[in-house]
Ligand binder design. Sequence first.
Ligand SMILES: *Cc1c(COP(=O)(O)O)cnc(C)c1O
Length: 405
Amino acid sequence: MTDILPSSPAASVTSVTRRYRFATEVVTVDNSDDPHNAASVPIYQTATFKQKGATATGEYDYSRSGNPTRTHVENHLAKIMSAERALVVTSGMGALDVITRLVKTGEEIIAGDDLYGGTNRLLSFLAKSQNVKTHHIDTTKSDSILPYLSDKTRLVLLESPTNPLIKISDIPTISKYVHDRCPNALVVVDNTMMSPYLQRPLELGADISYHSGTKYLSGHHDLMAGVIGAKKASVGDELYYVINATGCGLSPFDSWLLLRGVKTLAVRMDKQQASCIRIADYLEAQGFKVHFPGLRSHPQYDLHASMASGPGAVLSFETGDTGISERIVEGTKLWSISVSFGCVNSLISMPCRMSHASIPAHIRAERSLPEDLIRLCVGIEDADDLLEDLEQALNIAGALPTPSK
Ligand SMILES: *Cc1c(COP(=O)(O)O)cnc(C)c1O
């Protein structure tokens, strides 16, 4: 029955190119097809669309297959991701689920060893239920991928920077290795930490880039969304088929919220990043081991700078003592204790107790994920307030003066 649905409604994005600098493009949404010249793309809160005749199918017929609000946000995101086609779904994990449906039983995935917890869970599920094996490798060393590339390789899944240890993968080098040796394989980058403002993996050699739209793209923690960008429209069309078949396309209202949120991506990120750089410098000056690609002390500072235009606004640091870390987290007033990141409000968390708790302790140890690690996700509050609040929490916790490393 699916064949009677339009195969690809309103996939009009194949030739959208950026003409202005990012901050201009991200706030400039093409709504020139609006019948009433609405300044903001309206919410088409409708499940179905009436057709002109029994056999005449219009551009839209059913919102699972396509909806004008969703199409607008997809076209806009395609432009800022340098994708030929972008697709929006109900969560970041939903985005990865759609992408992994391109893998057939017996084919293989190669992925990093410091992945987002939910990504690990989905890959383990695929191994058990679909016999799709994932090789976890240290993607900070590009050559470590070579022994695993074979004609079974279907996806190579990278995060850069990783979260929470902020490890960097060389996207151009790994993409070249994969494309030279495995023409059937796709390089997929989870770009959630950077957002397309700071890093565009499709311009660096990747085939697919995806984001949790729940984070920086929407920016306000008021919706969940996943965003997929495909360098080639043909890959985008395959992914669209899965979305239509499984029914995970983003709702009209959430599509509208995402489009509204993304317009301020550049100003939010500029402010969040500037404050994060100050906080990273402060913590390093106090003697803490800080993981942040904006610090000269980061072992892959140059590699990151060659791929991205900034370090972002998430850092992690070690205190050397789990109890001290707990007291710091609980001693802050302005920083909310919360998983996730990318929101206008600042967040603090202990990954091993929260976002990464689903990874078994022995694997966390194997991946040298320190139990005392604190992650800071910097928002748009006044940077002096954020620093003062952090400093009083460090004092309460007995983490100052300079602890020995
Ligand atoms: C949050 C996150 C995801 C999952 O996205 P959801 O919208 O929560 O489903 C995937 N990857 C990274 C890096 C994330 O931070």
